[in-house]
Design a protein around this ligand. Structure first.
Ligand code: FES
Length: 105
């Protein structure tokens, strides 16, 4: 595991926060009191959700070709994408929000 403290990057807990860790571009969001992190890259043809998509609850929608993903699992729930997107564990305590960038699945 490789937990990275992202607390200082989260300036508004009601917004989606883009975070870059090395070569990895993540989107971090809190939905229904649960923190979730996923790669800002559609598995279909690589569009960035932050530029060509939106989040509806726990569904990430890619407007490049219309794919949808469940960001709690990464699973593609609407074609043309069939491969999942990468998701990353997030742990939040009173003092810190951390993402495990080593175990993206
Ligand atoms: S790149 Fe996202 S649906 Fe094609």
């Amino acid at each position: 595991m490789s937990w990275v403290d992202i607390t200082s990057s989260i300036t508004d807990v009601e917004q989606i926060t883009p975070i870059t860790i090395g070569d990895l571009h993540l989107l971090v969001v809190r939905v229904n009191e649960r923190w979730l992190a996923f790669e800002d890259r559609c598995s279909h043809a690589g569009c960035a959700f932050s530029q060509d998509g939106e989040l509806d609850g726990t569904t990430a929608i890619c407007y490049c070709h219309g794919s949808e993903f469940d960001i709690t699992t990464g699973e593609a729930t609407r074609p043309p994408a069939v491969e999942p997107i990468r998701t990353f564990p997030v742990q939040a305590s009173e003092n810190a929000i951390e993402v495990d960038v080593s175990s993206g699945s």
